[in-house]
Write a protein that binds this ligand. Structure first.
Ligand code: PLP
Length: 394
């Protein structure tokens, strides 16, 4: 037996373990100080009422012989695929049901899709980035090249026509930066992908946080995208499904071979999402469900506004927060990401995520999230306003 040696090339990520270690040490030393966590990437509000009711009903069905369900279609029940298709049709995007694949979340599909591509493809990934895109390709042994996201391009890099790539990752609204591409920027990416004969892997896990109708919530709002793009979406952040697990991936039939290969891959290696969860997901797309999830999203977005208003007041450069639960800020006084982490923890007991954990270009930046409670977000920002960041670090 020979192991997959590519695993030796994975960089160890000490980001979250170091954060936890530093926070633990601090609370042991100062047990009376209240720590506020604005680093979490997980939702905190519960599932909405319609979702819970749909799950209860589905559980009851499973307990009765006449309505019990065993294995379902690997690619998802039609009732949920129809709900997803209807959701897309509201954005004027027409999808056939066999272009929609229900999954247990975007992370698995983002990793699994790589089964379809040769190891000799070159992968283009923005830096900083959601680490899954990099690690899944390292595991497979693909060559990865990075495109710089930085303050000059407001963390929205555009394609460089001289760079050749076969698999391109984009995430908008972005994790970790919260930056959102507009339509003309995404059109550049679509044209670039088509010219290169590349596939665009578009992660729209945070699309629900976009409140401006002129900004694209799906890559298929861009002309030509069905010829080159696969879209990954998730109910995790949209509807609080991080623990319930459901997402969907769109593989257009224009990508004929890939659509068929993905079906083959899924029917071979995946046995579908639980019926109960698919009924819960269906409820997210109902009229009541949409109203209820919007209430939760609005709650998070109010927190995001509290954070970005405070950063504006303090003249701290940042992006994100308007159409995303993430706010990406430049550490004041040229502090490194970890220096700013220590500063916030020690001075005001606020915990965030050092940007350097998301790639080289994240050094000197910091991610705050709006997934906490309003009270805690307000208190954290009050503390930040009171401490004079600039003076402390001269
Ligand atoms: N894509 C991005 C950009 C994410 O930030 C996350 C989760 O944090 C995911 C995908 C994974 O989502 P899921 O819970 O559906 O696997």
């Amino acid at each position: 037996m020979n192991i997959n040696k590519n695993y030796d090339n994975l960089e160890q990520s000490y980001l979250f373990s170091t954060v936890a270690k530093k926070v633990n040490e601090f609370s042991l030393k100062f047990p009376d100080k209240k720590i506020i966590r604005l680093g979490i990437g997980d939702v905190t509000l519960p599932l909405c009422k319609s979702v819970v009711a749909a799950m209860h009903k589905a559980v009851d069905e499973m307990g009765v012989q006449a309505t019990f369900r065993g294995y379902g279609p690997e690619q998802g029940y039609d009732f949920l695929r129809e709900a997803v298709a209807k959701y897309y049709s509201k954005k004027n995007i027409n999808l056939d049901l066999d272009e929609i694949f229900i999954s247990d979340g975007a992370k698995s599909d983002l990793g699994n899709i790589l089964d379809l591509f040769d190891v000799n493809n070159t992968v283009l990934v923005p830096d900083p980035v959601y680490p899954v895109y990099v690690d899944t390709n390292v595991m497979a042994g693909r060559k990865i090249i990075f495109i710089n996201a930085n303050s000059e391009n407001k963390f929205l890099p555009l394609p460089d026509k001289d760079v050749k790539a076969d698999i391109i990752y984009l995430c908008s609204p972005n994790n970790p930066t919260g930056a959102v591409y507009n339509k003309s920027q995404l059109k550049e990416w679509v044209d670039y992908a088509k010219n290169q004969n590349a596939v665009l892997l578009f992660d729209s896990a945070y699309e629900c946080f976009i409140s401006d109708d002129s900004l694209p919530r799906s890559i298929y709002e861009i002309e030509g995208a069905k010829d080159c793009a696969i879209e990954f979406c998730s109910l995790s952040k949209t509807a609080g499904f991080t623990g319930t697990r459901c997402g969907y991936t769109i593989v257009p039939k224009n990508l004929d071979k890939l659509n068929k290969m993905w079906l083959r891959r899924q029917t071979t290696k995946f046995n579908g999402v639980p019926y109960i969860v698919q009924r819960a997901a269906e409820a997210v797309f109902s009229d009541e469900g949409q109203i209820e999830i919007k209430e939760n999203i609005n709650y998070y977005m109010e927190n995001a506004k509290i954070i970005s208003d405070t950063l504006d007041k303090l003249n701290i450069w940042h992006v994100g927060g308007k159409h995303s639960p993430y706010i990406w800020l430049k550490c004041p006084n040229d502090m490194s990401s970890w220096e700013f982490f220590d500063f916030l923890l020690n001075e005001i007991q606020v915990v965030g995520t050092p940007g350097c954990g998301f790639g080289n270009n994240g050094e000197g930046y910091f991610r705050l999230t709006s997934f906490g409670s309003k009270e805690n977000t307000l208190e954290a920002m009050n503390r930040l306003e009171k401490v004079n960041v600039k003076e402390h670090m001269v």
